[in-house]
Design a binder for this molecule. Structure first.
Ligand code: IPM
Ligand code: MN
Length: 385
């Protein structure tokens, strides 16, 4: 038998509810390692990036923090932003762009060029859409995560005067467009294969998978046309996958009117950001929406797993935050490890099953953060084979 792999994870609890929800994730990981001796995960927890660190040191994280994170296999992050509680008017606050900057620096620093946000409603999660077909929503939003509208290039001339001129440039490269669109097709294929194995075959005009490209090519023609042309060319390599295009405004409408029509959706950085908040509501809200920032072309650079939700300062420190999104995010981390390590793959499935079973058993109940963690840990233990 080959030697088991020990995974090294940097745990960054962050601000607000981040530390509370991440505590449940590390407990669950410990329980998973207890029930399966083949799973080995070691983690180091850092109190940066955070508002507390900024208050003490004048910056959100040590100057060499990216170099330090580079030594890990993966990063598990809670949330960044307003530390709460919002009832404390004197709490230490930073501007949104300062407090959230480390997220973008980490994504860029490790070229985490894809953000994957799966949208599948688990039984027991809130269902905001009344149509019964909303229970069958099963899509994966693939967000371009390295460039586009997020390059932060531009500036302000004559700032604050009536003559002010601002530029905020978006950048779209052939290389990043090619890799994100190919990734979307690959994921579509893999999802179809796993649906087939589960007996859940879907039909998209005679094909079992679909990729929908989202642009705003009617108003933003240059990148819209490049994406459209490259999408069509790459699609020829995937004749088994149906293709589709939506303008981003129409995509928003259709995410609400008939989201069950979508399979894989590929969108630019900003469009993907906006669409995934909307999509999170479709699967039950931010409380159950996981997210992964990956660099599939270089597994030696750490990916970052963070729930889609923010730091929820209004309920911070009250043991009220739902940890499901964080736990499902940890399951995505295990899935990623599972591409190399069968024990991690088993653990990811086991954790997801435990979270799903807990949600189904307690739909709508108000429960404490750690009580949900207790139930999930118990579920992990009960699920041992
Ligand atoms: C997200 C967040 C971030 C983003 C913010 C906090 C910069 O909204 O992860 O979706 O826009 O990417
Ligand atoms: Mn967002």
């Amino acid at each position: 038998m080959s030697a088991k792999k020990t995974w090294h994870v940097a745990v960054l609890p962050g601000d607000g509810i981040g530390p509370e929800v991440i505590a449940q994730a590390t407990r669950a990981l410990d329980a998973l390692a207890e029930v399966d001796s083949e799973l080995a995960i070691e983690y180091d927890t850092f109190d940066w990036p955070s508002h507390a660190w900024h208050e003490a040191h004048g910056e959100s994280a040590p100057a060499d923090y990216l170099e330090r994170l580079a030594a890990y296999d993966a990063i598990l992050l809670g949330a960044l932003g307003d530390p709460g509680p919002t009832t404390d008017p004197n709490r230490y606050l930073l501007s949104d762009s300062d407090s959230l900057a480390p997220l973008l620096e980490i994504r860029k620093g490790f070229d985490q060029w894809v953000c994957e946000r799966p949208v599948r409603r688990l039984e027991g999660a809130p269902q905001y859409l009344a149509d019964p077909r909303a229970a069958d929503i099963d899509m994966l939003v693939i967000r371009e995560n390295s460039e586009g509208e997020y390059v932060n290039q531009g500036g302000r001339l004559a700032a604050g005067t009536p003559n002010e001129v601002v530029t905020q440039t978006a950048v779209f490269t052939h290389r990043a467009t090619d890799r994100i669109i190919r990734h979307a097709f690959e994921q579509a294929r893999m999802r179809a294969t796993s649906r087939e194995a589960d007996g859940r075959v879907r039909d998209f005009g005679g094909k079992t998978a679909q990729v929908c490209l989202v642009t705003k090519r009617n108003a933003q023609k240059f990148w819209g046309d490049m994406y459209t042309e490259m999408f069509a060319a790459i699609a020829e390599d995937y004749p088994d996958v149906a293709t589709h295009h939506e303008l981003v405004d129409a995509a928003c409408m259709k995410f609400v009117s008939h989201p069950w029509m979508f399979d894989v959706v590929v969108a630019s950085n900003l469009h993907g950001d906006i669409l995934t908040d909307l999509a999170a509501v479709l699967n039950g809200g931010m409380g159950v929406s996981p997210s992964a920032n990956l660099n599939p072309s270089d597994r030696s650079r750490p990916p970052m797993f963070e729930p889609t939700h923010g730091s929820a300062p209004d309920i911070a420190g009250q043991n009220k935050a739902g940890p499901a999104a964080m736990l499902l995010t940890a399951a995505m981390m295990l899935d990623w490890m599972g591409e190399e390590d069968p024990a991690a793959a088993r653990a990811g499935a086991r954790l997801r099953d435990a979270v799903a079973a807990d949600l189904a058993a307690h739909a709508g109940d108000m429960r404490a953060t750690d009580a949900i963690g207790d139930a999930v840990v118990a579920g992990v233990r009960a699920g041992r084979d």
